[in-house]
Design a protein around this ligand. Structure first.
Ligand code: TMP
Length: 212
């Protein structure tokens, strides 16, 4: 769908430990400081229902520890539909800059390349679930898998997806690269191996060009 809103829809993607959440928060602060109305949100989640789904997917169920890959896909998509209609579309209609931590690219990379579900089916389902909404700009924070996973070790909360094998995370990483190759205008690859400030500056440069 062509972008028909007065606001802007920008997403952040990357593997575990790539620093996208930190960078999203920094960009939100910078944009607010410049006087832009910003909505900061994430997937799965972003709504009360989405947060409940997030807890289910990321923690799993005590009595049902293995989530079937298709069940997992549907849960991510269920969170997305609610998020798009309840939060994202109204914010874009109100002229806000929506910064979203993960969106449809994550489903293609994780459920497609990671879980090996068929990509064409996922593409159709994500289009349906997101009401055809596509980000105008996506930052892919590119960090090698080993470094990203090593960063997780310092975290208090390690979720069900974090605990997947290196092979899984590597397939996700390759998946993001092929998405970036297929969508060179929308997806900007950001080398995420530098300092937090250096990465923030690179992102800021792209945003300045995008907004002007
Ligand atoms: P995060 O908030 O740390 O990025 O955690 C969300 C996890 O969910 C992360 O491992 C990526 C995963 N995910 C999918 O597998 N598919 C999706 O569609 C989304 C949005 C996230």
């Amino acid at each position: 769908m062509t972008h028909v809103y007065p606001g802007h829809f920008i997403t952040f993607e990357g593997g575990e430990g790539s620093g996208k959440t930190t960078q999203l928060a920094l960009l939100a602060d910078t944009l607010r400081g410049l006087g832009f109305p910003v909505l900061q949100t994430r997937e799965p989640g972003g709504t009360a229902l989405g947060d409940a789904i997030r807890a289910l997917i990321l923690n799993g169920s005590k009595d049902d520890p293995d989530i079937d890959p298709k069940t997992e896909l549907f849960l991510y998509l269920a969170s997305r539909s609610q998020h798009v209609t309840e939060v994202i579309q109204p914010a874009l209609t109100a002229g806000k800059i929506v910064l979203c931590d993960r969106f449809t690219d994550a489903t293609l990379a994780y459920q497609g390349d990671g879980r090996k579900l068929p990509k064409e089916a996922i593409e159709q389902m994500t289009h349906f679930a997101s009401y055809g909404l596509v980000p105008e700009l996506t930052f892919f924070l590119d960090l090698d898998v080993q470094t990203g996973l090593a960063r997780l070790k310092g975290r208090e909360e390690i979720n069900r997806m974090d605990q997947e094998t290196f092979q899984f995370h590597n397939a996700v990483y390759q998946g993001y690269h092929s998405l970036a190759r297929a969508n060179p205008k929308r997806i900007v690859i950001i080398d995420a191996s530098g300092t937090i400030d250096a990465i923030a500056l690179k992102i800021q440069g792209h945003i300045n060009a995008f907004l002007s």
